[in-house]
Structure formats: structure tokens, C-alpha cells
Design a protein around this ligand. Sequence first.
Ligand code: G3I
Length: 469
Amino acid sequence: MPGTPRARLAVAAAAVAGMAAVLLAPSATAADSLKQLADAQGFDIGFAVDPNRLGESQYRQIADTEFNFVVAENAMKWDATEPNQGQFSWSAADAVASYARTSGKGLYGHTLVWHNQLPGWASNLGGSQLLSAMRNHVSTVAARYAGQVEAWDVVNEAFEDNGSRRQSVFQQRIGDSYIEEAFRAARAADPGAKLCINDYSTDGINAKSTAIYNLVKDFKARGVPIDCVGFQAHLIVGQVPGDMQQNLQRFADLGVDVRITELDIRMSTPATSSGLQQQARDYERVFDICQAVDRCQGVTIWGISDKYSWVPGTFPGQGAALVWDESYQRKPAYAAIATALGDIDPTPDPTTEPTTEPTTEPTTDPTPDPTGDCTLAVRVTNTWPGGFQGEGTVTAGSSALSGWTTSFRFDQGGIGTLWNGTVSSSGGSFTVVNAPYNGTVAAGGSTSFGFVGTGAAPANITQVSCAAR
Ligand code: G3I
């Protein structure tokens, strides 16, 4: 297909050869743009576009020069494309497709079936009408952009964090089969597009990503068409999951492509210099991770400038999540991404690229462990009245682990549910051992477990230890 990253790589061959010379020249400092670096590697670097902003010169200049891949932030969603039943409205979606075509960028489709931005008429249909409306919507939209869209988010955000199906109108009125119905309709309408399932909070190994993993396995076994999985990666600064590479790799090993689809990394605002530095390390790490996973097609960032990011509207007091600030100035993340894209063979190194950091929540330092087998870092990632969520990251020392046991103590609060491990507790002390599937950790590699806590979040986490078992 003309738009695929590999094909774009071939088309750009001459330019790439020229740029390689530039990159290798002793006096050269850097390529001109992230796009050039990504093109040279056949890697997609994308952004979510609002076509109404393309007339704004700074926005347009960055869009044109820094990215080789584009997705509509809102313009291809159901409420935009079929606001009334059977009456399709193509102007905004066509503007995005046309921009992709004229600027030579790959086009990603977002999204055919989603419980959000779903017009009222669809939410009010009963089961059999909703199924036929959904099939019609998927077929009509996918057919219109057939040959242009490289891959579609066919179904978006179908699962809850605990791995159960989200009780959307589709789930409630059509039942479990709605996802495969949507995928079959998309395949029939555009046999050339890759078909993806996309979700958030699935970047690490957890109950939700495992539910999607099981769905992909099941679809593959039953011949339901599915080609790819999108990981939104709406992240918080300092909290790139320690097992993100391992997570993406397990999907790739099922025989599907993977892609980071909506990357942004938010922090408390106003941003501090240390927050921006950590954010840069986090961006670099996410790009490194994608490059290190064979079937990872690329990374799409959910916008250009902080000026238009969705984050502050949804998380008041947080923002500064993108790569350009509100005045279109490059943030430290820009150079960090360039560094990641300049790496020929990136190997994310958890020992030099800390994944835990500056939040006001308590975080343990990765522990010096007397045995040297492994270290553990435990952190609280989110709090709410009467509860909290946290994560423990186990990092192997210079030898691989075939099993691990960790312990730590909270000064207050308990652990309700824990995943990717088995927990036992005594007083405020907890012992967590590996689950059957994540005991093996390569030398220097890491894995993590997560938990939902009960009561007040701990202010101090102490007596942290990690050992092989
Ligand atoms: O278009 C209307 C406009 O007519 C109206 O005047 C204005 C008043 O609020 O609203 C406009 O619609 C807004 C739309 O964005 C376009 O700007 C909606 O209110 C607003 O809710 C909508 O937010 C979008 C959000 O999805 C909706 O859930 C964000 O821009 C978009 O970035 C966000 O993207 C999602 C992905 O699709 C899926 N993953 C999560 C991601 C972030 O939430």
C-alpha cells in the first residue's frame, strides 16, 4: 500500500540517503526535523490534527515539517461523520484525509465504534437497530476512506480497568459480539486497511491489557479479522510503566502490529523545569520502547501545542502534556525524541532511565537489595477519597530472574486488589510474589505489579526489599 511506513521509506529513499550523509558528516549536529529522522527509519511519527487549526501558520508549519503520519482528533468520530441516522457529513473528515494526501502523510482512522461522541440517535436505538446502524456506520465510513486509511481504530475503549467489558450501549444492547461484528464489517468495507482495537491504561501489563490480549488471541483463533492493537499512552510524568516494552512485545508475539496511538505526558501546572526534564526522558523512553519492539509501527502524539490539548479540560490543574508549549516553543521533549529517533538500535535501559519520579505521592527509591538479585520501587500513582492506586516495579540485577519475591511496609492504608502478582499481608507489611507469567525477568529488565489500595494512601513506604525465588 502506497502509504505504509515501509513504502514511504522506499519513496523517501533518495532523501534518506542524502540525509544519512548529512547525519554522518562530522559537522552535522542534527536532522532538520523529527519527520526526517522517522522517515529514515521507516517509523511513523504522527499527530492528532484538528483541521480547523491548519490555517494557523505556526500549527501548520509544525504539522507539515515534523510529522509523517496523521489522525483526526475528532473529525472521523461517529458524531462528526453521521450526526443524523443515514445522513453522513464528510467535510471535516475529508479535510483530514485531503491534508494527509496532499502532505504525503500516512492516515490513521479514529474511530469507528466508541461509546463517546456517539450521537443521541444511536444511543437511543434498541439492540437489533443498533447492530444494523453500527454495521452501516462502519461500512460507510470505512468504504469512503478505503485505500487512504492505513489502519482503523475499529473499536475504541471497550474494556474497564478491571478487564471486564465496558457496559456501553453497544455492549448492553448487542452483547459481547458487537466487537467482532464491527471488525467483520470494517474488513468487508476496506480489505486493505489494518484493523485495530485501541484503549487507554493498557500500556503496561495489567487486567485491562490482558483482557485485550485475550480478545486478540481469541479473534486470531476463530479467524475474526484483527491486525493491530493501539496503546493510547495518555501518561503522567514519571510514570511510564516499567513493563511497557514487555507488554507491547507480548501482543506482537501474537502476530499483530502494535502502535502508540495518543501519546501525551501530563504534569501539574504550571510546569517546572524538573517536570519538563522528566517528561523529556519519558517521551524518549516511549519512543525507544516502540523502536525496540519489532512490530511497533510508530508513535502518534495527541496534538501539537499545549494550547489545544484536551488535558486541562479533563484534569483541572494538569497539562503541559505535549511537545510544543502554548507559544509553539519546543519543550525538552523535542530533543529527547530526536535522540530516540537518531538511535539506530535503541535498547531502553531501565537502570539509567528511571520510570518513577516526581509526583507529590510517596515513591520508594529502587532499593539497594543486599542479595543484589533485584530492586523494587513502589509508588502511589493515583489517590481519591478513601482509596488509591499504586504500582511496584521489579528490576532484575545483573542476572536474569526466574521468580521474585518483594516486601514493603505502608505507614497507613492497605491493599485491596493486586494484579500481576500474589499478595499476602501482615499488619502494614506486604509480601508480593510474581504471578505464574511474570516471574522471568531478563538481566537488567523489569516487570511490575499494580494494586488498588484501601483507606488513606501511605505517606511513607518503607522496608522495601526484593529477592529471587
Ligand atoms: O465541536 C463542539 C463545538 O461545536 C462546541 O462549541 C464545543 C463546546 O464545548 O464543543 C465542541 O466539541 C468538543 C470536541 O472535543 C471538539 O473540540 C467536545 O465538547 C469535547 O468533549 C471534545 O473532546 C474530545 C474528547 O476526545 C471527547 O471525548 C477531545 O478533543 C479529544 O482530544 C479526545 O480524544 C480522546 C480520544 O478520541 C480517545 N482517547 C482519549 C482521548 C482523550 O480524551
